[in-house]
Design a protein around this ligand. Structure first.
Ligand code: FUC
Length: 781
């Protein structure tokens, strides 16, 4: 093989110029690599279609955490709409409202006097973020590729193989097969488009960059094109570069690069901005983009592709899920979704949804990148829904629900960094708005790490954000038992978040309980004193702090103070309808079908309300969820899957899965969730949280570990009678492999990564055994 390869290289070297030789070598290397490539992941991990995307929500996402692109797969024009995760409106900025703290007392007094609308008005004048809103995530640009003569094509297919993170397009024109591959490489930090024809010299196309930003400048120089842009409202600038390598002829002129008489061509797209961090925008985008592009010049396409696939698989293949098949995986994904709407028996689609959530997390959140926004890393609008920011009263957190359990803890990292940065900026907000120590995050943040209350005091005053996000760092510790992480990163964040709440809880004049005020119960009921959710979050944070201080042997006095406060915080209460009260007053409306179900936080993602510990509260919470009903936006449906999983009602949870997989088109305007045909979650519009929350919820039906033991198949629905899971993580530093058949567990083994005592429960039976680090244990029931 090696000899043949060398001989071929010699022959070819005589025939072609140096540049062309490099390209041909690269393609030979593809063949060589192809021979040695390990077996490909299961082929049914693909989304596939027999038509190009007509709209953005039909296009297919690729991403490397920093760069994202939506691939339309069009003929005769391909559109690749791309993003870079640090391109936002705005500039480094402190959003605090000077003098706000003076109004905290008066706002509280109005609330306690039963005059909430006046309290809201006073807060609007003196207590809100400056400016009132936060900044928006921006699209970067479009790469258009035109294929003259490709109007009438046959045998068209496009797909996205989420096991390898490669999108492909294939079709024929006049007997010639044209093939495209697109991926976003994390090791090489470029988006790569590979074009081939199976007839020598038959490939011809022209390409050009463009951008929706008004301030843009395009220059073409031979095989390279440069697009420089600047956002309208803010300090951020971007630079994108495309470079074509081909065995054909290349001519760059005017706004485009034309390639003719080619058999293959590779397009590299690099992009960067001047963003360094939330305080610094001093980088040089051109230098950065050029460095990315220069770094791939000496590397063959085959090598780049191989490294990309290996990098993706290293994360993706740590976890596997199989629910069996009914043969529908051969259908195009849009037809498959429509078939599911008619007959929701497609266990393979449910498994694909879990893996797609993991694919999206790997593609939008890698160490060193920004966390996944409301749209991950994918957005085409200058004015995206809710700024495509980070809403912390559910959405940003939900994005990270699958991270630990589905074995993608690294992908959690960007969120940890955001939390640490908000812990910095939130210190100013705590001081300026509350005269308090510690840090606070209200219901939203952005690239600049805004932490003050935004939009309107009837929902933006909610102060639970810092408590909820801090829990993510604690959860990472619970899953990994990584004490270094707990000491160095989680503890400072958790402790200072707790310090803020310890400083601002106030006695309720009516009941004497410590409550949070002013606040909101997201996003219903306007400004209130003492929403149930806040108390659940604060209690859970304080409890975690007491435990962490014990483990670390640090800050014991502070922990003791928190321990004294815990029993004084307003408890969960059961109201007149047998419901879990959402507020201090028993005013829940059983006909309220609001998408937020915040007072059930203690059921999920919190862990204080369980059938074991607090069955009456669990019953009341379930009653509240029944009142709220099933319908909701995508993320609301996803949360309800998790709730029903915790209520141990698998069939009920499956009803919500059906709604989440309900096929949606662009014309959907009412706020009921579902899936677009590219499986993006529909809020509507597209919002990625439902993808992540849905994936996490399906796993929560199969493995739970929030009660001090691992519960196996706690909410298995009749619709998933047989299946297997590999590499699913549980708290305590455990990783499980398991299978079930006809609704019964048939195989279970537990890998212990931290050497802790293992407690596993199946159908009420508990097994308990000590473990050694790195050892795997079969468990029989
Ligand atoms: C909150 C939710 C909306 C949406 C937005 C991003 O305002 O109530 O449904 O998810 O965040």
């Amino acid at each position: 093989m090696a000899l043949l390869f060398a001989a071929a290289v010699r022959v070819i070297a005589k025939k072609f110029t140096l540049v062309r030789t490099a390209v041909v070598l690269a393609s030979l290397a593809v063949l060589a690599v192809g021979c040695r490539r390990p077996p490909e992941p299961a082929a049914d991990l693909s989304l596939r279609y027999i038509r190009p995307a007509q709209t953005w929500n039909e296009a297919l996402p690729v991403g490397n955490g920093r760069l994202g692109a939506m691939v339309f797969g069009g003929v005769p024009r391909e559109r690749i709409q791309f993003n870079e995760d640090t391109l936002w409106t705005g500039a480094p900025h402190d959003y605090s409202h000077p003098g706000a703290a003076e109004y905290l007392g008066p706002i509280r007094e109005l609330l306690f006097a039963g005059r909430p609308r006046e309290a809201e008005r006073l807060a609007m004048e003196h207590f809100m973020s400056v400016p009132l809103g936060q900044m928006a995530y921006q699209p970067f640009g479009d790469l258009a590729i035109d294929f003259p003569g490709h109007e009438a094509v046959t045998g068209y297919e496009r797909d996205l193989d989420i096991g390898r993170a490669v999108g492909t397009v294939r079709y024929k024109v006049g007997g010639v097969t044209f093939f495209r591959e697109v991926f976003a490489s994390c090791p090489d930090q470029v988006i790569v488009v590979r074009l081939t024809a199976d007839k020598k010299g038959a490939l011809a196309f022209s390409l050009g960059l463009d951008s929706p930003h008004e301030a843009k400048k395009l220059t073409t120089d031979g095989p390279r094109q440069t697009l420089a842009i600047a956002v309208k409202d803010g300090a951020l600038k971007g630079l994108a570069l495309v470079q074509v390598e081909t065995d054909g002829k290349v001519r760059g002129a005017g706004g485009s690069i034309a390639v003719t008489e080619a058999t293959e061509a590779t397009i590299y797209l690099a992009a960067a901005t001047n963003f360094v961090d939330h305080r610094d925008v001093g980088a040089d985008p051109a230098k950065r983009a050029e460095a990315y592009l220069n770094a791939v010049q000496g590397k063959s396409f085959a090598r780049i592709r191989k490294d990309h696939i290996a990098d993706h698989r290293a994360l993706f293949e740590r976890f596997a899920v199989d629910f069996g098949s009914n043969g529908r995986e051969t259908l195009p994904t849009d037809e498959r979704l429509r078939a599911f709407a008619r007959a929701p028996e497609d266990p393979g689609l449910v498994a694909l949804y879990v893996q797609y959530g993991r694919y999206l997390l790997i593609s939008s959140s890698r160490p060193g990148t920004q966390p996944a926004t409301l749209q991950g890393v994918w957005n085409q609008d200058l004015d995206p829904a809710w700024g495509s920011k980070y809403t912390t009263n559910i959405n940003a957190e939900m994005n990270y629900w699958p991270a630990e359990a589905t074995n993608l803890a690294e992908c959690h990292e960007p969120f940890f960094r955001l939390i640490e940065e908000c812990a910095e900026t939130g210190r100013a907000t705590a001081r300026v708005h509350y005269g308090a120590d510690g840090w606070v995050l209200h219901h939203n943040t952005d690239l600049w790490r805004g932490t003050a209350p935004i939009n309107h005091s009837n929902h933006g005053m909610w102060l639970g954000g810092s408590g909820w996000v801090s829990r993510h760092m604690w959860e990472h510790f619970l899953f990994t038992r990584d004490e270094d992480f707990l000491r160095d990163r989680a503890w400072p964040v958790m402790r200072e978040a707790a310090r803020f709440y310890a400083g601002v809880l106030v006695p309720d004049p009516k009941t004497g309980w410590l409550i949070s005020a002013p606040s909101n119960s997201p996003e219903i009921g306007g400004m209130v004193a003492g929403p149930t959710m806040d108390h659940q979050i604060i209690r859970s944070l304080f409890t975690a702090c007491v435990e962490a201080s014990e483990i670390l042997g640090q800050d014991r006095e502070f922990a003791a103070e928190l321990a004294r406060l815990i029993p004084r915080i307003a408890p969960n209460r059961i109201g007149r309808l047998g419901q879990l009260q959402e507020w201090m007053e028993d005013v829940d409306d059983p006909d309220e079908h609001h998408r937020h179900v915040s007072h059930l936080w203690g059921v999920h993602p919190g862990a204080d309300i369980t059938w074991e510990k607090t069955p009456e509260l669990m019953e009341a919470a379930r009653r509240s969820l029944r009142f709220r009903g099933d319908e909701g936006t995508g993320w609301s449906l996803a949360w309800k899957i998790n709730f029903w999983a915790r209520f141990l009602e698998g069939d009920r949870a499956y009803e919500l899965i059906k709604l989440l997989l309900r096929v949606k088109d662009e014309s959907t305007v009412n706020w009921s969730g579902g899936s677009y045909i590219n499986l993006f979650d529909s809020h509507p519009p597209f919002q990625i949280d439902g993808n992540f929350g849905g994936a996490a919820g399906i796993v929560e039906m199969l493995v739970q570990s929030h009660q001090g033991f691992i519960d196996v198949l706690p909410a298995l629905p009749a619709a998933l009678p047989s299946g297997s899971l590999r590499g699913v993580c549980a708290r305590g530093g455990f990783e499980l492999d398991m299978a079930w058949k006809d609704g019964r567990l048939t195989r279970l083994s537990v890998l212990s990564k931290a050497g802790e005592l293992c407690r596993v429960r199946y159908q009420g039976k508990l097994r308990e055994f000590p473990t050694g680090k790195g050892k795997r244990y079969p468990v029989a029931f």
